[in-house]
Design a protein around this ligand. Structure first.
Ligand SMILES: Nc1ncnc2c1ncn2[C@@H]1O[C@H](COP(=O)(O)OP(=O)(O)O)[C@@H](O)[C@H]1O
Ligand SMILES: [Mg+2]
Length: 399
């Protein structure tokens, strides 16, 4: 008898990492113009001149991080080969949730000589961190490109973007040269900067548009070839993932995720090939996941009201009026051992919120001879998703 895993043989995946978030493609497709713009912004680096500052804009998943990495790797290779070029140092930093102090501190730590103690977390100021940063830059000399990814999440972007580009002009550094590359998902980021910063930056601006289905198909084909075994995917599955992502978001990340999830589903079903249907199922699964997150974000009583409507939907008693929903809500609350809200008004408020958030449908009905009107509600989603999430949260509570 074999062991537990002995029947696991070939899988659809040849190299699954190629479809994972950290994978860096060695070839950038469908971004020739943007790569050219980047290239011309950094030409000066090869001749020991000051680098330009660059701001990159574009929605999530359109290749900002991947293209930046590719271009700077190429620049690094070229400067390493050319004797006339100064040494190039690239510092990458993701600013998500950072303050200027923690961003500069991380940059400093990346520059300190091996074996030296890292810059303290507490007790020193942002100005101290900057001073240390500058002295490390001058110790090394050469050209330094500081990539601030997701810079729209940096709390004090204004100050950092005012400081760094002017470091040389202000005699903070002498031997080194510095260029800043800011990457933002948000097109309005620049307008949020102060006039003084906008003026000081003098940056080149590169914007990335979303991908269309054809571009996504090219990117996906390239990935699929590397990630999946031969004959384990159909061209139409690739086309479908590209079409869905093209329509939804124009994001290569979404397209790649759909392909990976579709392949996982095919593999989980012991099927030899990724087909259109698997991509469809992958998309459903993602949508469901998002819906679950949205339900989880609701307050307890909003969830109980939602569950009541789902329960009525389940037994075919929707659309329903708030009074009927309230009765079911009491039963749901009792089942979950929660103290119910007592006024009809509070239930109506939750129903109205749930309608606004897109969980429910609402219809206005007239009261007939008496005049006046009332609302009827219906569930605008699969009730099973509601039950699943509510059961799960209930179990978590019980622990
Ligand atoms: N032009 C492209 N060619 C190949 N892969 C790409 C391209 N654009 C994006 N990708 C891939 O899509 C995913 C998302 O790209 P990323 O650069 O992280 O997007 P962003 O930084 O704009 O949110 C990554 O896996 C990346 O490798
Ligand atoms: Mg990115």
């Amino acid at each position: 008898m074999g062991g537990l895993f002995s029947d696991v043989t070939d899988t659809i995946f040849l190299d699954k990492e190629v479809l994972e978030e950290e994978y860096q493609p060695d070839e950038i497709l469908e971004r020739e113009e943007e790569v050219e713009e980047y290239k011309s912004a950094f030409k000066d680096v090869l001749f020991g001149r000051n680098p330009s500052n660059v701001m990159l804009y574009g929605k999530a998943g359109v290749g900002k991080t991947a293209v930046t990495r590719y271009v700077l790797d190429e620049l690094q290779t070229e400067t390493d080969q050319r004797e006339a070029a100064d040494d190039l140092y690239v510092h990458r930093h993701n600013c998500n949730g950072d303050t200027m102090f923690s961003a500069v501190r991380t940059l400093v730590n990346g520059l300190l000589p091996k074996g030296s103690a890292s810059f303290p977390k507490k007790g020193l100021s942002t100005a101290d961190a900057l001073e240390e940063f500058y002295s490390q830059l001058d110790r090394l000399g050469g050209t330094h490109l500081v990539v601030l990814d997701e810079i729209d999440h940096l709390q004090d972007a204004n100050e950092l973007l005012y400081e760094l580009p002017r470091a040389r002009a202000n005699d903070h550094i002498e031997a080194a040269r510095i260029g800043v590359i800011g990457i933002s998902n948000n097109y309005t980021f620049r307008q949020r900067l102060s006039a003084k910063v906008q003026d000081a930056l003098k940056e080149e601006e590169i914007s990335f548009s979303t991908y269309d289905a054809n571009e996504l198909r090219a990117i996906l084909h390239d990935r699929a070839e590397k990630a999946l075994s031969d004959d384990s995917y159909s061209n139409s599955a690739i086309a479908k993932a590209a079409a869905v992502a093209g329509r939804d978001t124009g994001s290569a990340r979404q397209a790649i995720d759909l392909l990976r999830k579709g392949a996982e589903i095919a593999e989980g079903n012991d099927e030899p090939m990724v087909e259109d249907d698997h991509i469809g199922l992958a998309r459903e699964a993602v949508k469901r996941g998002r819906l679950q997150d949205k339900i989880e974000d609701q307050s307890l009583h909003a969830r109980l009201v939602l569950e009541a409507v789902a329960q009525l939907d389940h037994v075919g008693e929707t659309p329903a009026r708030s009074k009927e929903i309230m009765q079911m809500y009491r039963r749901v609350a009792a089942k979950r051992a929660e103290e119910p809200l007592t006024t009809l008004k509070s239930i109506q408020n939750h129903l109205s919120d749930l309608y606004m958030l897109g969980f429910l449908l609402r219809r206005e009905e007239n009261e007939g001879r008496k005049g006046g009107s009332y609302h009827e509600y219906d569930l605008d989603m699969d009730p099973d998703v509601v039950f699943e999430v509510c059961d799960e949260l209930d179990e978590e509570d019980a622990v």
